[in-house]
Design a protein around this ligand. Sequence first.
Ligand code: SF4
Ligand code: SF4
Length: 357
Amino acid sequence: MERLIEGDRRERMKKAASDDPMKLQRISELVLKHSIWLLIAWWTGGAWVLYFSDAPTLVKDLITFQGPPLAYIWIAILTATTYTLAGFMREQVCVYMCPWPRIQAALTDEWALNVTYRYDRGENRMSVKKAAELRALGQPAGDCIDCKQCVAVCPTGIDIRDGAQMDCIQCGLCIDACDTVMTKIGRPTRLIGYDNDINIHRRQEGKAPVYKLVRARTVTYAAIIAVVGGAMVYKLATRSLLDVNVLHDRNPIAIKLSDGSIRNAYTVRVLNKHGFDRVIAIDIEGPVNATVHVVGADSVTPDRPMIVIGRDQTEELRLLVTAPEENNPEKSIPVKFHVTDIGLGVVASATDNFVSP
Ligand code: SF4
Ligand code: SF4
């Protein structure tokens, strides 16, 4: 985003060093940049909150200021943290907060191809002119001209020429930067590249580099990825497209009606993960001679409550289950809630308890 608005890193550093607050162009650049940062932060913060809710309904509620206060608070918190962390604390997030450098350090070994500065080629560092003079005399000269472009582009601000470091996130930006420099000065590219110390030492000894891609570690990782990936694909392919969750009312847990029957209330959440509307019937199993009533349902048949759930929607229902006490003398009876897609015949179930007061 900064590159689009303010130019490349060199230009940005120049502008930051000579910031003139009175310059209209500079002010408009900063306002535009921070506005877009805030917009992205708000968008990602909002998306995170929507993930935990019925997104289309919540978006509608948020726009009409009908959303729950907690949703506004969380969106504000996540927007502020994203704006701060992604805008002003990038290196700190990469180095101190992100677990990836630690994981990466545990995964790697001496044969792994990590971003590596080829010091066998780069040292001793010197200017282009000096290197050309030495080469003309048949003497060795390093390819690194110490331009520090690799450091300037590094998102974590490290110098890869100091050797492998935990802070390196293997983004490869220093490779591209150095390749550009090498091309400009007419030297072979990949002074920084994916390599390892074993090959650098082999080259120093005049031997050809060796690449061991298949080894116990890589085979094990591939097997783990295949198993975990396969399990995820299997779960995704066979996931239920109809789901139900039940929550028993806590207070009161049960009430006794004037005719002597017992009533329990539940909050039932039905999830339709299909891309079309579905007619769902609700049945219960457990308490003897029990009847079930859905409060405020779209359509209720006398003997079997039915509701319509929109595509990709979650419907939260209040269910009242009533049963005669004489038929259900136990203090607590397991009750199963079955939701059935009338069209497809698919059933999802959840269990709770029917209790006496
Ligand atoms: S970009 Fe390449 S030439 Fe420039 S300092 Fe880094 S390693 Fe050396
Ligand atoms: S790969 Fe990325 S993080 Fe690592 S040194 Fe190069 S620019 Fe920095």
